[in-house]
Ligand binder design. Sequence first.
Ligand code: SF4
Length: 51
Amino acid sequence: MAVDVLCEVSNCVHWANGNQCAADRIYVVSHTGKEAEHQEETDCKTFENQH
Ligand code: SF4
């Protein structure tokens, strides 16, 4: 189990100072809908815009 998630998406409601993710858990998906081959193909689905 991951205990620390570092994230630089500072406009997410779960983001905290020091590039910390304050969410209880995150859900990471392959946005291509297929098996990811590169890191650019993965996204945090738990992201919520602050605005
Ligand atoms: S929920 Fe995802 S995007 Fe938001 S701070 Fe955590 S890791 Fe980053």
